[in-house]
Design a protein around this ligand. Structure first.
Ligand code: ZN
Length: 203
C-alpha cells in the first residue's frame, strides 16, 4: 500500500535512513507533507518549493520531488516553522502544508517531540514512528497561497561576474564593488591560501 507518493511507509523509512543518516521523525512527517501537497496540486505543472525550516524538512523535498537546493527550485527561508509551500513558478499559485500542533493531542509522542515537551532521552522513538505511520497526513493542515514572484532571484541568476579587488576571487557583480565575504566577513573561517604553511595539510 502506498502511503507517501508511490512508496510504502517502510520503503520511505529506508530511503530516509540512507539519505539523511537516520529515520528522523521530521523527514518522515515531511514525506506526508509532500504527499498531501501533491494531492492538492494540478498535475503537469512546474512547482518551486519554499521550506520554512533548515532542519530535516528540506531532505523530504529533495528525496521526493525534483526540487533541490542545488537546482534552486527548493528555497529555504529559515523562520523555524514546520511548513512547505509548493507554488507554480510563473503565477505563484500554490498550497502551503504545515505540521499543525492543534491536531497533536491524539499522538502524544509526536506532540512531545515537536513542541519539545520531553527531553530527547525520555522520548520513545519507536512510538513516535508508529504514530507517524498511523496518523499520516491527519496531523497536517493545508491552505491556499499565492507567492509573490519578485525579481530578486532573477537578478541573482542573471548577474555578471566581477573579480573582487580584496580576495581576487570571482563573485556576482550585483553584490557590489567588493565581494560579500570581504565586505562583511559572513563566512566564519580564517582563510589560509598557502596550504604549505598549514600544518594539517602537510604530508
Ligand atoms: Zn573578496
Amino acid at each position: 500500500m502506498a502511503d507517501i507518493l508511490s512508496y510504502s511507509f517502510d520503503e520511505y523509512v529506508k530511503m530516509v535512513t540512507s539519505f539523511h543518516g537516520s529515520a528522523a521523525p521530521g523527514v518522515l512527517i515531511g514525506g506526508y507533507m509532500v504527499d498531501l501537497a501533491y494531492r492538492n496540486l494540478s498535475k503537469g505543472e512546474l512547482y518551486d518549493v519554499i521550506c520554512e525550516s533548515t532542519k530535516c524538512l528540506p531532505d523530504a523535498v529533495q528525496l521526493l520531488t525534483p526540487c533541490t537546493i542545488g537546482n534552486q527550485w527548493l528555497k529555504i527561508i529559515d523562520v523555524g516553522r514546520y511548513a512547505l509551500t509548493f507554488y507554480e513558478k510563473e503565477s505563484g499559485v500554490g498550497v502551503r502544508v504545515y505540521l499543525d500542533w492543534t491536531l497533536l493531542d491524539k499522538c502524544p509522542g509526536i506532540r512531545d517531540w515537536y513542541l519539545k515537551l520531553a527531553l530527547k532521552s525520555n522520548q520513545n522513538k519507536d512510538k513516535i514512528l508508529q504514530e507517524i505511520k498511523e496518523f499520516g497526513t491527519d496531523i497536517l493542515s493545508i491552505e491556499n497561497v499565492v507567492v509573490k514572484i519578485n525579481s530578486y532571484d532573477k537578478t541573482k541568476k542573471s548577474s555578471s561576474v566581477s573579480i573582487c579587488p580584496s580576495c581576487n576571487e570571482a563573485y556576482r557583480t550585483s553584490d557590489g564593488p567588493i565581494c560579500p565575504v570581504c565586505k562583511s566577513k559572513i563566512i566564519p573561517c580564517s582563510f589560509i591560501k598557502d596550504l604549505s604553511s598549514c600544518q594539517s595539510y602537510k604530508s
